[in-house]
Design a protein around this ligand. Structure first.
Ligand code: ADP
Ligand code: ASP
Ligand code: MG
Length: 413
C-alpha cells in the first residue's frame, strides 16, 4: 500500500535571540521544532541572531567608523541571523530530521532599499514551498531581505517578528507562533511589574497600540501585518509549556470594557519652538523639512496663540534629536521665532484598552494617579483606545507600576 502523506497544518515558528543564545538553547529549540514536525505539521522556522549578536555587531561597526550605516552595516548585521539559522539546521539534521537553512534573499523576502529600516514589498515563497514539499523543515534567517539590485537589507531592530508574520501570511500558514523569553503578552512588562498577568488573548488593535507605545514583546509592524492578513499570532515562551497569548481578530475578547495593558517608552525627546508667529504655512514650513530629513515626528502640540504668537512643541526619538535641531533651528530664525529649546530626558507611559472607547473617566483617573505620585505631565496624546502621558524619564517606571495597581490589572478586574 502506498503511504499517503497528509499534513495537519503549516506552522510558522519564530525564535527570538534569547531562545537561541547558545548551543544548549539551540538544541532545546530544535527539540520543540522536531515535536511540531512529529505531529505531522509542515514547519517553517524564522530565527533571530544568537543572544546579543546584533548589538555586538553594531558596536564593532561603530568602533571602525563614525557613520557605518547603510549598505555595509546591513550586510554585517544580517550575518547574525545567518549564523543562528545554519546552526539550527545542523542541530535538526543531527537529530535525524530533514532541514535546510535559507537567507532572507533565498526565502524570497523582497524589500525596498531603505537600509536598516527596509519594508517588505513582496514575499516570493516558491523556494520555501519547494523545500517543504521535499519534506524539509525550512529555517529562515529573520530580520533581512534583499532589494531589486540584490543588496541585503535589514528590517529594523526586532525585525524577525516581521519576517515571521510576512512568511506566515504569504504561505497561508494556520498560525504564526512567536517564541520568546516570557510566557506571552502581559498586562505590563513582567520585568518591571512583578505581578503583571499574562493575557490569554488580545485583539490586533490593542496589541498594535501596546507594541507601538513600547511593549517590545512583538514588533508593531508584525502586528499590523497580522491584522492585514488575518493571521493569528501566538506569543509563547520557548522555555516553558505555558499556552501563551493569542493575538487575533476574534470577537469574544476577554478584555472588553477595561484597560488591557500598560506600555512604556523611554526613547522620547521634545523640541519647543518658542514665540512662533501664528499664521498659515508655518507648520508646513517646519514639518516638511523634518519629513524630508527622514525624521519622524510623534506628538505635536501648538498652544493657543496670544497676540498672534504661539509655542509649538513636538517629540522625536532621542537618536533623532540632534538631527531635528539642525533642521529646525535655521527655520526658527527664518520665521522669526524667539528660540528653540529641547529636552532629551523624557518618556511615555500609555494605558491601552478598547474598553476606554466612549467611556469617560479613564483619562481623569490616569491623571489623578500620576499627580498623586507628584509626576508632572508634560504632554498628553490619545487615540480611541489609548491615553499617553509624556513625563520625566526618571518617573516612567514608577508610573507604570502605580497605574498597573490603580487599574487593578493584576487581578483582571
Ligand atoms: P525576543 O528576543 O524573543 O524577540 P524581546 O526581548 O524582543 O524578545 O521581547 C521580549 C521582552 O519583551 C520580554 O523579555 C519583556 O521584558 C519585554 N516586554 C515588554 N513589555 C511586555 C509585555 N507587555 N508583555 C510581555 N513582555 C514584555
Ligand atoms: N537580531 C535583530 C535584532 O536584534 C532582529 C531580531 O532580533 O528580531 O534587532
Ligand atoms: Mg523581539
Amino acid at each position: 500500500m502506498t503511504e499517503v502523506k497528509s499534513y495537519v497544518a503549516l506552522i510558522v515558528q519564530k525564535y527570538g535571540g534569547t531562545s537561541v543564545a547558545d548551543a544548549d538553547r539551540i538544541k532545546n529549540v530544535a527539540r520543540r521544532i522536531a515535536a511540531t514536525k512529529d505531529k505531522g505539521n509542515q514547519v517553517v522556522v524564522v530565527v533571530s541572531a544568537m543572544g546579543d549578536t546584533t548589538d555586538e555587531l553594531i558596536e564593532l561597526a561603530y568602533r571602525v567608523a563614525r557613520e557605518p550605516g547603510g549598505r555595509e552595516l546591513d550586510v554585517l548585521l544580517s550575518t547574525g541571523e545567518i549564523v543562528s539559522s545554519t546552526v539550527l539546521a545542523m542541530a535538526l539534521r543531527d537529530m535525524g530530521y530533514k532541514a535546510i537553512s535559507l537567507s532572507g534573499a533565498q526565502a524570497g523576502i523582497h524589500t525596498d532599499s531603505a537600509h536598516s529600516q527596509a519594508r517588505i514589498k513582496k514575499v516570493e515563497s516558491k523556494r520555501v514551498v519547494t523545500e517543504l514539499e521535499k519534506g524539509n523543515i525550512v529555517i529562515v534567517a529573520g530580520f533581512q531581505g534583499v532589494t531589486g539590485e540584490m543588496d541585503v537589507t535589514t528590517l529594523g531592530r526586532g525585525g524577525s517578528d516581521i519576517t515571521a508574520v510576512a512568511l506566515a501570511a504569504s504561505l497561508g500558514a494556520s498560525v504564526c507562533q512567536i517564541y520568546t523569553d516570557v510566557d506571552g503578552v502581559y498586562t505590563a512588562d513582567p520585568r518591571l511589574v512583578p505581578d503583571a498577568r499574562p493575557l490569554v488573548e488580545i485583539s490586533y488593535e490593542e496589541m498594535l497600540e501596546l507594541a507601538t507605545y513600547g511593549a517590545k514583546v512583538i514588533h508593531s509592524r508584525a502586528v499590523e501585518l497580522g491584522e492585514l492578513y488575518d493571521m493569528p499570532i501566538l506569543v509563547v515562551s520557548s522555555f516553558t509549556q505555558n499556552t501563551g497569548t493569542l493575538i487575533h481578530g476574534g470577537a469574544s475578547m476577554e478584555v472588553r470594557n477595561k484597560v488591557v495593558g500598560i506600555a512604556r517608552d523611554l526613547d522620547v525627546a521634545k523640541i519647543t519652538i518658542v514665540g512662533v508667529p501664528d499664521r498659515p504655512g508655518i507648520a508646513a514650513a517646519i514639518f516638511q523639512p523634518l519629513a524630508e530629513a527622514g525624521i519622524s515626528v510623534d506628538t505635536i502640540v501648538q498652544n493657543a496663540s496670544i497676540d498672534n504668537i504661539t509655542d509649538l512643541t513636538f517629540t522625536v526619538t532621542k537618536g533623532d534629536l540632534a538631527g531635528a535641531m539642525r533642521v529646525v533651528e535655521p527655520i526658527a530664525k527664518l520665521i522669526e521665532a524667539r528660540e528653540c529649546v529641547s529636552d532629551s530626558r523624557l518618556g511615555k507611559v500609555s494605558i491601552i484598552g478598547t474598553g476606554m472607547q466612549n467611556t469617560p473617566g479613564y483619562a481623569a483617573r490616569m491623571f489623578e494617579v500620576l499627580s498623586g505620585q507628584g509626576i508632572n505631565i508634560q504632554l498628553i496624546t490619545t487615540s480611541e483606545i489609548r491615553i499617553t502621558c509624556i513625563i520625566d524619564e526618571a518617573r516612567v517606571e514608577d508610573a507604570v507600576r502605580v497605574l498597573h495597581r490603580a487599574f487593578k490589572l493584576e487581578t483582571g478586574q
